[in-house]
Structure formats: structure tokens, C-alpha cells
Design a protein around this ligand. Structure first.
Ligand SMILES: *[C@@H]1O[C@H](CO)[C@@H](O)[C@H](O)[C@H]1NC(C)=O
Ligand SMILES: *[C@@H]1O[C@H](CO)[C@@H](O)[C@H](O)[C@H]1NC(C)=O
Length: 631
């Protein structure tokens, strides 16, 4: 899982010095959350995205500098991390409502990720919401979430008739409904499965754009389909947080003006159910972005308006003309993209992306189709464009562009096409297989160190430097899911491999060590666990720092014995409450979620003072990530 850097220019060289930090310190983190008694087990992950420039502009604040034995290293020895004010309980630095409102609203730019400048970064520990308890174990967590963990009732009011979520005593109940699936997500998926090969492992990875509380992804799990769900932080900003509390993968995200943080050809299926994305707008840019991340032969599902408008226009309170026009626009773009209209069942329309360019003769010559010139997976903070991503070349008309994938679960250990074609720098078929072997061994050892690892106690797990996804493959289990994070300073083409294995992940930008550790503290549940694997001297420094964050930790030898310089540091975030004292308590903290979410409801005393303006509030950090991740 070594991170590779190529230092061809100045900017990359800066990155290299950071790579060392991240390469060492983030070699691998496992974030898990643990539950206390009471409610049961589970956990959630949250990842947060920081702007790339935050890292590259301050290389000298990196870890090495702090080892110099000067005053900085003193600071390192006795880190002084204070609890943040309680109003930050829900702090999500890159999704701050007040900052968001300074950005334009067109194309949802204000809902994209906007991280704080260095001087506004907070270096304190986020307290837990009052009364936080560990989530229920899966699958109960799919249907019930403790109210204290996400104390926002507005969704239960706003979506009351749509059966998304109900408030019952001290828990939220998720009946599995959604705006578009009044009969429940399961029945809805049955309909999809009648035309899309979901049952036999052909469809394994899915993208849910505008996911709500992620019921779709939640119910796909039992069909062995792993969905990456995203929703922006908006006036229902707790949505992603609910998803994570339910133990379902989700990240804060939006289709706005920058590309989605996933490689090309990642998903077997993409889905929008009343997701409010204007598919026909901007010359089809959003559909083109979905096309980019869809695997050749992948499916696009659109349900709700305008599909079947003839029957529903009254219920939707829109004019026939308006809806007809909207559908026509979408159909036209689908045609330009050369998608095949598969079927329409009621309000569900399904298209299929062709398997290669041979299936779209003449597309290159169609003047309305602008093909993208730059084709690579360097998408981090890159502007989205209204252009069509070309298929990789094929040798004959039956070949699947980019390589055909085995059905899941065979896919997990099959040689991914990106590896066999040699398109991932530094990896060969042999090194891929070698890495799988190594990680199987590591995971076996982790299970010895932490016997609860695969018992359901840890539900949301994040690999902060996922490489080829070999950790996630080795730990694969119905009890848990792994968000694989590929740092943007690493070779980002490995994320494509992760998807080709039938796993999910996201690009992210981890910065300086202190930031990373604080960020981990923010997204980790109370009593969540972390596993660091690194050289012993690095781990000793990490141990000191996390002591200042009130984590308890233990250094363990490498599974091959004490003579190996690489060691394992296992840490557990303690449970503490803000007001009481700074001593570990019995049950608190959550990943940085929760909190001042609902400005709208004036009665909520938790409202963030910093976020205060009506339209959705400060919250998304934790969720965002995990959504992007979150373990
Ligand atoms: C960063 O470190 C490099 C090498 O140690 C040094 O040459 C450079 O001047 C430093 N930059 C700043 C802004 O301190
Ligand atoms: C899975 O099902 C689809 C649709 O029934 C079929 O076309 C495909 O060949 C099947 N794949 C495998 C590997 O069985």
C-alpha cells in the first residue's frame, strides 16, 4: 500500500514531502466504532474532505518538521487539545453553512465542498451529542436509530406522508419507504431486479444520487449490492447522518460544478429517485457525468417525475407540457450518450450504457456530441464539463470496453482489468496477488488483537489509505462495510481497481498529521477503534499525540515478531462528555455528526450559532465524509 509520487514538478515535489507524512502516518487506519451496552453495537464513519491546497501550501508543517527537537516538537509531546464548544457538536468543516452561503447558488456550487482556510481551522475535540448511545446492531440499525444520536425531527414532519422516517419515543424508525417507494424500498428493488441482473452478482456496485436517508442502499445490501449514496447538505441535512447511523454507506456530496470523486467506469448501476437533479440542464452535463462513472453495460435508473407524467402530472402539480418537455430533454441526451432505453415500468425508467464504442456507430460524427479530450481519473476538484467520456478501445464488437468483470463475489479476488492491462503504475498481477496475501495475513492478525472486529460491533469501517482495497477484501463480511479512501496524493488509479473488485471508495485529501488525527477523532464514534500500522518511531509519536486526545492505545508487534520494525498501534477513542469533565465517561461522542442541524426549528437549542441562516445548517461534516465514507 505504499503511496507513490512522481516528482516531476514543483507541486508534485511538495506533495512528496506530504506523502511521507501521510504515507507513514496514514499507512492504514481502521476506524471503527464501538458501542456501549444499552443500544447495541455498530458504528459509523465519516470522512471529510479538505481542499488539496490546504495540504500543498504548507508542506513544512508536516510531521518531520515536528521531529526536530525544537519548540514544535515540545508541542508535539504535550498536545493540548481542548474540547470544542458544545455548539460545534455537529461541526463539518468543509460544509459550513455560513461559508456555503458566500458561494453562488447556481449549479449548487454553494453545496459543494468549501473547506476553511488554515486560520479558521479548529484544533479542538468535538464533543458528543447529549445522550449519545451506540447504534443498534445491523440489521436492526437499518430500521431504528436512537434519537439522541441525530436529534432532528424535522424530516419526520416534512416527509411524514412519504414514510421515510418516523419518530417513536426515543428512536427513529425507518419503515423503508421513500418518496418514490411508498410500498417500501424492498418492493421497489424487486421491480428493478425484474429487469436488471441484480441477483446473480452482475450488478454489484451502485451509485445513488440524491439518496435521502439511503433506504435504497440499505435494502440493496441484502442482495449483495454495495451502494455509494450521496446527498448534499441542505435543508434535510441530517439525511446522510441518518444513513450512517443506520450503518449504510453514504457521503455528503452533490452534482454541482465539479466532478464526482469517483473514477471512470466504476458503477454497475446508477440511480436517481426524485433526486431533484436537473438532468436535462446544462447541455446534459449531469447525465454525462453519470455516464463517465458508469461501467460499460451499466444501468441508469430514473424514477419519479417526469417519468410516466401522463398519469401523474396532476399529483405532481405540474403541467403536462412542462413534464413532457423535461422527459424529452432527458431522452435526447440519453440518445446522444448512446444509452439504450431498456424499459419503463410505471414511474421507473431504465437505460443501459452500451458496452463499447462499436455499439454506437457514428457517435463521433454527431455534431452535438462533444467528446472529452482529457481522459484520466484525476478528477479531484476538477470542473465538470458537458462532454462525453470516450470508451476505452476494443478489438472486436463483443468486447466490453475496459474489460469484462466477473460476477460478485468472484470479482473480489479476480485480477482486475486495470491491473491485467498494466494501467496502474507500480502494480502487476503478481504484486496484486502478493498484496492480497499480505492483507489476508494482516486481517487475520487484527482479528486476534480485536476479537470483536467481525462480530457486528464495528459496522462502518474506513480504510484511510486503501491502495488496491486488499484490506476491505480480506475483511469482507455481511457484518460490516468498508469505505476505501484513496488519498489524492497517492496513485489515484488504484480507486478504479477497488471498484473493479466490487468494493466502494472515494478520493480524499488527508492533510497534516495533527489535522488527520483530529479529523479522525471527529469522525470516530465514542469508543471507536483505530489500527495504525507503521514504523515504530512513527507510532510512538502518534501514541503521544492521541494521548492528548484522550484515546487509549497499545503498541503491538508485527505479526511476524518483534524484530520487524513495522508495528501495530491499536487505539480506542474514549467516551467523554463536554460539561461534566474531561474524564472518560460512559457514553458519549459520536462522529462529529449531529448537532445544530435544524435552524429551521426554532425550538432546538442546539442550533449552531455559526450557521444561522435558515437554509439548512451546519452539519455535514461527519456525514459528508462517510458518505463519502465513514466507517
Ligand atoms: C520548507 O522547507 C524547505 C526544506 O526544508 C525549505 O527550503 C523552505 O524554505 C521551507 N519553506 C518554508 C515556507 O518555510
Ligand atoms: C446474470 O443474469 C443476466 C440476466 O438474466 C444474464 O444475462 C447474465 O448472463 C447472468 N450472468 C451470470 C454470470 O450468470
Amino acid at each position: 500500500m505504499a503511496i507513490k509520487g512522481n516528482s516531476t514538478d514543483n507541486k508534485t515535489r511538495n506533495s512528496v514531502s506530504i506523502i511521507i507524512v501521510v504515507g507513514l502516518c496514514c499507512f492504514f487506519y481502521l476506524l471503527g466504532a464501538w458501542q456501549r451496552s444499552g443500544f447495541g453495537k455498530g458504528d459509523s464513519i465519516a470522512v471529510e474532505i479538505t481542499k488539496q491546497t490546504d495540504c500543498t501550501s504548507t508542506p513544512n508543517l508536516s510531521f518531520e518538521t515536528h521531529h526536530g527537537g525544537d519548540s514544535i516538537s515540545d508541542e508535539l509531546k504535550s498536545p493540548n487539545f481542548e474540547p470544542c464548544d458544545e455548539s460545534y457538536i455537529d461541526y463539518t468543516p468543509c460544509q459550513d453553512q455560513r461559508r456555503a452561503m458566500t458561494f453562488p447558488r447556481n449549479n449548487m456550487i454553494y453545496r459543494e465542498r468549501h473547506c476553511p482556510p488554515d486560520k479558521e481551522k479548529m484544533y479542538c475535540l468535538i464533543p458528543a451529542p447529549k445522550g449519545y448511545v451506540a447504534p443498534f446492531p445491523w440489521p436492526k440499525s437499518r430500521d431504528y436509530v436512537p434519537y439522541a444520536n441525530v436529534p432532528y425531527k424535522s424530516l419526520t414532519v416534512e416527509k411524514a406522508v412519504q414514510n421515510w422516517v418516523q419518530y417513536e419515543g426515543n428512536v427513529f424508525r425507518f419503515p423503508g419507504g421513500g418518496t418514490q417507494f411508498p410500498q417500501g424500498a424492498d418492493k421497489y428493488i424487486d421491480q428493478l431486479a425484474s429487469v436488471i441482473p441484480i441477483a446473480n452478482g452482475t450488478v454489484r456496485t451502485a451509485l445513488d444520487t440524491g439518496c435521502g436517508v439511503a433506504s435504497w442502499g440499505a435494502y440493496l445490501l441484502k442482495r449483495n449490492v454495495l451502494a455509494m449514496s450521496f446527498a448534499p447538505r441542505d435543508s434535510h441535512e441530517a439525511q446522510v447522518q441518518f444513513a450512517l447511523e443506520r450503518g449504510v454507506p453514504a457521503v455528503i456530496g452533490v452534482l454541482g460544478s465539479i466532478k464526482l470523486p469517483y473514477p471512470s467506469r466504476s458503477f454497475d448501476m446508477a440511480h436517481c429517485s426524485r433526486c431533484l437533479i436537473p438532468w436535462g440542464a446544462n447541455d446534459g452535463m449531469y447525465m454525462m457525468e453519470v455516464d463517465r462513472v458508469l461501467r460499460p453495460g451499466g444501468y441508469w435508473v430514473l424514477s419519479g417525475p417526469p417519468i410516466n407524467w401522463k398519469t401523474n402530472y396532476r399529483a405532481w402539480q405540474r403541467t403536462k407540457e412542462d413534464l413532457e418537455q423535461e422527459q424529452k430533454g432527458i431522452e435526447e441526451i440519453a440518445e446522444l450518450l448512446c444509452w439504450e432505453k431498456y424499459t419503463e415500468i410505471g414511474e421507473i425508467a431504465i437505460w443501459r450504457k452500451r458496452i463499447n464504442a462499436d455499439s454506437c456507430p457514428g457517435r463521433q460524427d454527431e455534431p452535438r456530441v462533444k467528446m472529452c479530450e482529457i481522459v484520466n481519473d484525476d478528477v479531484w476538484y476538477k470542473k465538470m464539463e458537458a462532454c462525453v467520456s470516450p470508451f476505452p478501445e476494443v478489438n472486436n464488437a463483443d468486447e466490453v470496453a475496459g474489460g469484462e468483470l466477473k460476477p460478485f463475489p468472484e470479482r473480489l479476488y479476480a485480477v482486475p482489468p486495470r491491473i491485467s492491462s498494466g494501467s496502474v503504475t507500480g502494480y502487476s498481477v503478481e504484486s496484486y496477488q502478493e498484496e492480497n496475501k499480505i492483507w489476508k495475513k494482516h486481517v487475520l492478525f487484527y482479528k486476534k488483537i480485536n476479537k470483536l472486529l467481525d462480530t457486528g460491533r464495528y459496522r462502518n469501517i474506513m480504510d484511510m489509505n486503501a491502495g488496491l482495497g486488499s484490506f476491505a477484501a480480506a475483511i469482507d463480511s455481511p457484518n460490516l462495510w468498508v469505505m476505501n479512501v484513496v488519498p489524492t496524493i497517492a496513485d489515484t488509479s488504484t480507486l478504479g481497481v477497488i471498484y473493479e473488485r466490487g468494493l466502494i471508495g472515494i478520493y480524499h485529501d488527508w492533510c497534516k498529521m495533527e489535522d488527520i488525527l483530529l479529523e479522525m477523532d471527529r469522525i470516530l464514534r465514542p469508543e471507536g477503534a483505530v489500527i495504525f500500522r507503521d514504523e515504530v518511531d512513527v507510532l510512538i509519536k502518534v501514541k503521544k499525540m492521541i494521548g492528548g486526545m484522550k484515546w487509549s492505545s497499545k503498541l503491538a508487534d508485527h505479526e511476524d515478531g518483534p524484530l520487524v520494525p513495522e508495528k501495530i498501534l491499536v487505539a480506542v477513542k474514549q467516551y467523554w462528555m463536554k460539561q461534566v469533565s474531561w474524564k472518560p465517561q460512559s457514553a458519549m461522542i459520536i462522529d462529529g455528526f449531529d448537532g445544530g442541524e435544524r435552524e429551521e426549528d426554532g425550538g432546538d437549542t442546539r442550533t449552531h450559532s455559526r450557521d444561522g441562516d435558515g437554509d439548512g445548517s451546519g452539519h455535514a461534516v461527519g456525514k459528508e465524509a462517510l458518505k463519502r465514507v465513514v466507517v
